[in-house]
Design a protein around this ligand. Sequence first.
Ligand SMILES: NC(=O)c1ccc[n+]([C@@H]2O[C@H](COP(=O)([O-])OP(=O)(O)OC[C@H]3O[C@@H](n4cnc5c(N)ncnc54)[C@H](OP(=O)(O)O)[C@@H]3O)[C@@H](O)[C@H]2O)c1
Length: 340
Amino acid sequence: MRKLVITRHGGPEVLQVQEAAEPVPGPGEIRIRVRAAGLNFADVLARVGLYPDAPPPPVTVGYEVAGVVDALGPGARGFREGDRVVALTRFGGQAEAVAVPVEQAIRLPEDKDFVEGAALPVNYLTAYLMLERLAAIRPGDRVLIHGVAGGVGLAALQIARALGAETFGTASPSKHARLREMGLDHPIDYRNRDFEAEVRRLTGGRGVDVILDPISGAATRKNYRLLAPMGRLFLFGVSSFNRGTRKRSLVDTLRSLLQTPLFHPIQLMNANKGVFGVNIGRLWDERQRLRAIFEELCTRWEEGRIRPVIDTTFPLERAGAAHERLQSRQNFGKVVLTID
Ligand SMILES: NC(=O)c1ccc[n+]([C@@H]2O[C@H](COP(=O)([O-])OP(=O)(O)OC[C@H]3O[C@@H](n4cnc5c(N)ncnc54)[C@H](OP(=O)(O)O)[C@@H]3O)[C@@H](O)[C@H]2O)c1
């Protein structure tokens, strides 16, 4: 079979499609013939060498796939060969075949396609966990979503709107018209304006109740200041560690790291503010709890209450261009790798 390999840390040219042995499903596992694999910003960070959770190169990453079951390991129950499924994979998903424990897979609804399937798990689990489970937002809450036109961002927008929130979101200006069409109340041009000043202006100085921050660095300082009393800040990414350069920049990384604030408990207590960290890559041992959320999200998807927004698809061989699309901030929604 073929798989996409990060051969070493660097620009998109370090990605290569290589031949490898088929994975053999172990006890309690199924093997999936992959038809579509989601691309995440974490994959870009893994390629440049800024994602410590990824194994060192040469490595095949990929957190989510949709495809067809083609083999069952000993004792694997609940699926048959030929079943169409969507699954979480902790690495190895960007390949023609991957073996996963049965608990990480769910049957793909009849009328749904592989591309949307591969776009669902990571983005929606992350957004749901923050907004619905941890932030417990209520109608009328003001929610600021950074990177609102990205994969997690659009998932968060759909969930926040369904809960009746007033939505604020940062994105490159070319994406604002479409974001408004999708129901974003207040698009903010973070590239040409100070987002903190904009949010203050839009809220009459009060700030917002919930903020999703995948940026870190100096932006986190601003976000914390923007929280209204009883506000909750979610830290779940470090995009400021890489400012769009094709390779890792130690200067950018160090600068952002030093600008990222530390929070003292007494300071949080007296301000009535909460700061959460979320990393679903580190929730793998909570399989049953993650699965319950995953099932709930699949039901909502089947009922049309949520729907992944697909930006583009690229065949595995063009994964470099797919990475470039995310890194050069062109994507509106999810980028998906496809395999014929
Ligand atoms: N902790 C977790 O469990 C978890 C899970 C999933 C994702 N994440 C994090 O959530 C963020 C979004 O992930 P995603 O996969 O949905 O990707 P994404 O948002 O689709 O990523 C690309 C978009 O991010 C925006 N962006 C902002 N700063 C950027 C930078 N320095 N370099 C490139 N693009 C930048 C750009 O859009 P605009 O310019 O239009 O904003 C770009 O189009 C990432 O930081 C990711 O690491 C965390």
